[in-house]
Design a protein around this ligand. Structure first.
Ligand code: ARG
Length: 457
């Protein structure tokens, strides 16, 4: 397909150069936004008298036809074109000749591509937020079913204090809520129209940028033409938001992988979300969770690629910036794919409450509560801590738990211990007493559920 920039050149572009230079294989996905941007641009040109109103109407309606034809598959995008902008303008010109050639008045591909990416990414952000909302609804549901499911909470992957499975799930809920927040803010900052920045220095035509912004649903117009065409902060910001989404999914997957092991067996994945081994007949592997954990690396790589592409570029547009699209689209597609697999996997996984409860019974996770019991009897916390430590050491020696250690042994360590220690260290009570805001006690967990529900519905 012919280039847009023929006049100055005596030779055709070498095929190798065209293949190398072309971005159509990855920017063709912006065809809808590119055409809608062009329709708004030519409508504005007509409204401002830069071209005749009747001309602008013909151009706009032909562009709309092209859009429909691409969507229906009637018109195939020519993969030898330099980019999607070239293809659309070429197609328009082949249909309308002179009129088609008027479309690019007061515009450059530099501000056009900056516009297209913003339009595409705004839409993608909305889709990702909707997917995260669906995941949050699944988590809230599971949390509601597990408000009383006691499990060990860990630090250093060592059993630490009693929590509930609901509380554990809701921790991810709050991370995901912040992800939504970040994505919405990124979208808001992205919602600035760059069109009208021209190649770099604006234009001498009396264009109306506010009208284009209004037609395309942008909140405002960019204030500096060099910045308008050079800015890819929004891609980097989005890649960073998406990297955090992947950090959260990856940590969650890591836990699911652990929980599926025979060593834990806290959950069992549905057969539809697990795989087998080609040689070991007994295996049921959490491949989906592992793959999501692995794919986080891609998204971090996309972020690094974008930062590196941009860091040394002089103002304004440089062709290096064409590299932005593959990276940010890959990050977007990867996150969408991961959420699509992750949400039903969590939704269908079964929780083995009994194993969680059994694990909670071992590992002295009520030791802090035991020390707090002595504090309630008047001992300073540090002394209570030491006495409880001695009780734990004795249990380890005797192969007992704090629940099964005899009262005589307790009293030999500290005379303040009494029969009511057994009530104080009962795991159900230890969790129930944690009513402080943010803790795993039922009222606090119900508050957390309410807070998340309010944000997602
Ligand atoms: N395909 C190009 C890109 O993605 C479009 C802008 C081309 N501009 C230019 N001055 N060559 O960046």
């Amino acid at each position: 397909m012919a280039q847009l920039w023929k006049g100055r050149f005596k030779k055709e572009l070498a095929k190798e150069t065209n293949d190398f230079n072309s971005s159509i294989s990855f920017d063709s996905r912006m065809f809808e936004e590119d055409i809608k941007g062009s329709i708004a641009h030519c409508t504005m040109l007509g409204a401002c008298g830069i071209i005749e109103k009747s001309e602008s109407e013909i151009i706009a309606s032909e562009l709309a036809k092209i859009l429909e034809e691409i969507k229906s598959g009637e018109l195939e995008i020519d993969m030898s074109a330099e980019d999607i902008h070239t293809f659309v303008e070429g197609e328009l010109t082949s249909r309308l000749d002179k009129l088609g050639k008027k479309l690019h008045t007061a515009r450059s591909r530099n501000d056009q591509v900056a516009l297209d990416i913003r339009m595409v990414l705004k839409k993608e952000i909305e889709e990702i937020i909707a997917q995260i909302n669906t995941l949050l609804a699944v988590l809230v549901n599971k949390a509601e079913e597990n408000k009383e499911t006691i499990m060990p909470g860990y630090t250093h992957l060592q059993r630490a204090q009693p929590i509930t499975f609901a509380h554990h799930l809701l921790a991810y809920g709050f991370m995901l809520l912040r992800d939504i927040d970040r994505l919405s803010q990124t979208k808001e900052r992205m919602n600035v129209l760059p069109l009208g920045s021209g190649a770099l220095a604006g234009t001498t035509y009396p264009i109306n940028r506010d009208l284009v912004a209004e037609l395309l649903g942008f909140d405002s117009v960019s204030q500096n033409s060099l910045d308008g065409v050079s800015d890819r902060d929004f891609c980097i910001e989005l890649a960073s938001d998406l990297s955090l989404v992947m950090v959260h999914l990856s940590r969650f997957c890591e836990e699911i992988i652990l929980w599926c092991s025979w060593e834990f067996k806290f959950v069992e994945l549905d057969d539809a979300f697990s795989t087998g081994s080609s040689i070991m007949p007994q295996k049921k592997n959490p491949d989906i969770a592992e793959l999501i954990r692995g794919k986080s690396g891609r998204v971090f790589g996309d972020l690094t690629a974008l930062l590196t592409v941009m860091k040394g570029l002089p103002l304004a547009y440089n062709k290096d910036m064409q590299e932005d699209k593959e990276a940010i689209f890959d990050a977007v597609d990867t996150v969408k794919m991961c959420l699509t697999a992750f949400t039903p996997m969590v939704d269908t996984m079964s929780v083995i409450k009994e194993n969680m409860r059994n694990a909670a019974a071992k590992g002295f996770i009520n030791a802090t509560d035991c020390a707090d019991y002595l504090v309630s009897k008047g001992l300073p916390f540090r002394d209570a801590y030491k006495a409880t430590g001695e009780a734990v050491a004795l249990c380890i020696d005797k192969g007992l738990t704090l629940e099964t250690l005899e009262i005589a042994d307790y009293k030999a360590i500290c005379t303040l211990f009494d029969e009511d220690v057994y009530t104080a260290i009962n795991l159900e009570k230890c969790v129930a007493d944690r009513t402080v805001k943010g803790a795993p006690g039922i009222p606090s967990v119900e508050n957390q559920i309410k807070e998340i529900k309010e944000k997602i519905y």
